[in-house]
Design a protein around this ligand. Structure first.
Ligand code: FAD
Length: 391
């Protein structure tokens, strides 16, 4: 039985960052990574951005093996036994550990019915499949108006495909942005020849010859050769749950990213941690968190004392020519204060709760994330007058 000092379950960006974090503290002891995917760890953001703009496929690799890591690919861990400090993979092979990191991320949410042929976009394998179809300039239906849907629709339209985007909300990114901005994005996409079908809930998919018809609640039938979906993420908590670890929309960790089991840590998209700045439990599905939390967990596993995990992650996206960076809670149900220098091109949206700034959207403004973080840490109270012109 392979017996690793450090064992990481999951082969994503968190796993890579954790291996490097371990190596900052411990250059000697062995690290094993068990990943279900056939590919070595890679960056996911380019799958819906840079790779469609000419970046080479090779640029995605994180080169995790360079950190002196034994990568075991194509191995899905099906059981964790914290008492014997062992995990078991889908073929029944067991692996021992002294310190374990659960970096199992999440899997895409699926349509309730009729979605077997849909590409639920998440992995490099999904990128390869969609790219191959796009190179044949086929008609695409993109279901979902969030991060993945909006980026993929832009990428596919840029690649010359005929794209229909459909989602249940009123505007693109409506779960993050104020309604006026989300509605404006509908127009931006329409201006780039994307057919935007907002307010459409998908109820099923019918195969017709070699193509598909996407059925919606309002009776709209949308024909496409390929259907791609970005409907959000479901954290992969089952392994932890079956081992008796606490979960709450993610694996619950303390301020050092420890679970309740001895020497078992969790980080990245799968981990639910308490943010000291926001004062509540969060699970974050973004690159900056995967990298910072992975590194922190790796260092903690190797014995570093870095204090509590207090990083407030930022995130970003590109939508055709527009781009943004954001930090904190972007929840349009909060009070929002929009401060546009140029409407919908350059400006800041503040998200307020009880007079405190809980989130900041920097639209077309870059390099101000630290200032935004500082604002989130201030007790306030703030009002629109105090915020206008601040960032
Ligand atoms: C297309 C795309 C674009 C994105 N763009 C952005 C962006 O612009 N900005 C941003 O901030 N974030 C972006 N993100 C999000 C960011 O990439 C994720 O937050 C980050 O990759 C999460 O890393 P992770 O390692 O925690 O989880 P994952 O990437 O989900 O990795 C988990 C890994 O664990 C494996 N695994 C799961 N269960 C098991 C098991 N039982 N046994 C073995 N292996 C297992 C999985 O196969 C996977 O390899 C994007 C994501 C995608 C998919």
């Amino acid at each position: 039985m392979p017996d690793y000092h450090y064992l990481i379950v999951g082969g994503g960006m968190t796993a890579d960052a954790a291996a490097r974090g371990i190596r900052e503290v411990d250059a000697e002891r062995d690290i094993g990574v068990l990943s279900e995917e056939p590919d070595a760890p890679y960056s996911r953001p380019p799958l819906s951005k840079g790779l469609w703009k000419g970046d080479a496929l090779e640029s995605v690799w994180r080169k995790t093996a360079d950190a002196g890591v034994t990568l075991q690919l194509g191995k899905r861990v099906t059981k964790l036994d914290p008492a014997s400090r062992q995990v078991t993979d889908h073929r029944g092979a067991t692996y021992g550990y002294r310190k374990l990191l659960l970096a199992t991320g999440g899997r895409p949410r699926r349509l309730v019915a009729g979605g077997e042929q849909v590409v639920y976009f998440r992995t490099l394998a999904d990128y390869r499949a969609v790219r191959e179809a796009a190179d044949r300039h086929r008609r695409f239906a993109v279901i979902g108006g969030g991060f993945i849907g909006s980026e993929l629709a832009a990428a596919l339209a840029g690649a010359g495909c005929k794209v229909t985007m459909l989602f249940s909300d009123a505007g693109i990114g409506a779960r993050l942005f104020p309604l006026d901005l989300a509605r404006h994005l509908n127009e931006v996409y329409a201006g780039r020849a994307v057919t935007v079908a907002s307010g459409q809930s998908v109820i099923g998919l019918v195969k017709r010859g070699r193509s598909y018809v996407v059925r919606t609640l309002t009776g709209a039938d949308i024909a496409a050769d390929v259907v791609v979906a970005g409907l959000g993420l479901q954290p992969n908590v089952e392994l932890a749950e079956a081992a008796g670890l606490a979960t709450d929309n993610g694996i619950v960790v303390d301020e050092r990213l420890r679970t309740g089991a001895p020497d078992v840590f969790a980080a990245g998209d799968v981990a639910a941690f308490t943010s000291p700045v926001l004062g509540r439990r969060l699970r974050v599905e973004h690159e900056d968190n995967a990298l910072a939390m992975g590194r922190f967990a790796g260092r903690a596993m190797a014995g570093a004392d870095d204090g509590p995990y207090a990083h407030l992650p930022f995130f970003y996206s590109d939508l055709f020519d527009a781009g943004y960076e954001a930090v904190g809670a972007l929840d349009p149900r909060l009070q929002t204060v929009s401060d546009w220098k140029e409407p919908f091109r350059e400006g800041v949206v503040y998200y307020l709760q009880g007079g405190r700034v809980r989130g900041v959207l920097l639209w077309g403004i870059f390099g101000k994330v630290e200032e935004a973080r500082a604002l989130l840490a201030q007790p306030g109270p703030f009002d629109a007058g105090a915020l206008k012109g601040r960032l």
